[in-house]
Design a protein around this ligand. Structure first.
Ligand code: XIL
Length: 316
């Protein structure tokens, strides 16, 4: 049995973020990507610096190839990400100088991408990481030039380009009630009431196994509130890093965290996707950027399934 087959019976998409290079070069990675998962999130190749390295010169080549591979294996794609304060090409800081130029750049970027992938990618993380932990809006070039309106505008522009797309807001640290997630839910709900086409909320769910604030009950309460507010839910980037845990029980705790979030997702009808941020520990942003011993994923460096993988299977 694979995760993918088991998830199918639960009507759940089970996904991973996918990188272009190992997908082409690493046989184990490619095998796991195509057999274990039913959804791929483009990990980096669709970010603005990769997609529009020079103004107006769009580079669709790599994502087009990934789309083709996904289609061959009957895998659904999640577009990540249309608007973010990071991964910006250099020209943006020169060309985006006021509200008018910012709107023009963002609208063009969103609509070129959404139009190009119409029919092959129909779920997008439209806006990523717009809030700070204290509930204020994060200082990005888009907030500075356009103001908070950049968020609803981005959703409207995406909807214009593809009336059938599922449009998500995506963030980290928003999987339980706190200052950030409450501010997020209030603003998104108000916009939604005003007719802004926000279909769902993505919870990245980057977890530190040693974080004492983790609580399955609190996640369940929060998912139910988001569902009641009328949004679809996706777990979009789950990983569980280990570096701070010295009690010898790290792998069990990791498996339990994955299992808890999976259970919540399965128990929440609005939750239709459970995606992890990478396949194996040797191709992980945590290993590369956060903590070298974080080992946050479902498969080890050799592509062997870890305890967390077996726990997810048992839940499915
Ligand atoms: C990360 C990628 O995994 C890295 O390879 C890249 O160098 C930086 O970005 N939140 C997000 C993702 O929404 O886009 C980030 O991905 C991880 C945190």
């Amino acid at each position: 049995q694979t995760l993918r087959k088991l998830a199918q019976d639960d009507n759940l998409l089970i996904g991973s973020s996918i990188r272009y290079d190992p997908l082409l070069e690493d046989d184990t990675y490619q095998r796991l990507a195509t057999t274990e998962f039913s959804s791929w999130t483009i990990e980096n190749e669709m970010k603005m610096d990769a997609m529009q390295p020079e103004q107006g010169a769009f580079n669709f080549v790599k994502v087009d190839e990934m789309v083709q591979m996904a289609e061959e294996h009957d895998i659904k794609l999640r577009g990540h990400v249309l608007v973010w304060g990071e991964a910006l090409p250099e020209w943006v800081s020169q060309q985006v100088v006021d509200r008018a130029s910012a709107e023009q750049v963002l609208k063009t970027h969103i609509q070129e991408l959404v139009t190009h992938y119409k029919g092959s990618i129909d779920t997008f993380d439209v806006v990523n990481e717009a809030w700070n932990d204290d509930g204020t809006l994060r200082d990005t070039i888009w907030l500075r030039t356009i103001g908070p309106d950049y968020i609803p505008l981005a959703f409207q522009w995406a909807r214009e380009a593809n009336p059938d797309a599922k449009l998500y807001y995506n963030d980290y640290g928003n999987e339980m009630s706190n200052a950030k997630s409450e501010a997020m839910l209030e603003a998104l709900s108000n916009w939604k009431k005003d007719g802004i086409p926000i279909d769902g909320i993505g919870m990245q769910t980057h977890v530190d196994a040693a974080d004492p604030r983790f609580s399955k009950n609190r996640i369940q309460e929060w998912f139910t509130r988001i569902e009641d507010a009328g949004f679809d839910i996706a777990v979009t980037e789950m990983d569980v890093k280990l570096q701070n845990l010295n009690n010898g029980d790290a792998k069990n705790v990791q498996a339990e965290r994955f299992g808890d979030v999976m259970e919540v997702c399965l128990d929440t009808p609005a939750c239709g996707e459970f995606t992890v941020w990478g396949i194996s520990d040797n191709h992980s942003w945590v290993t590369e950027q956060e903590s070298p011993n974080g080992k946050p994923l479902l498969f080890d460096e050799n592509g062997q399934p870890k305890k967390a993988y077996n726990t997810l299977k048992r839940k499915l």
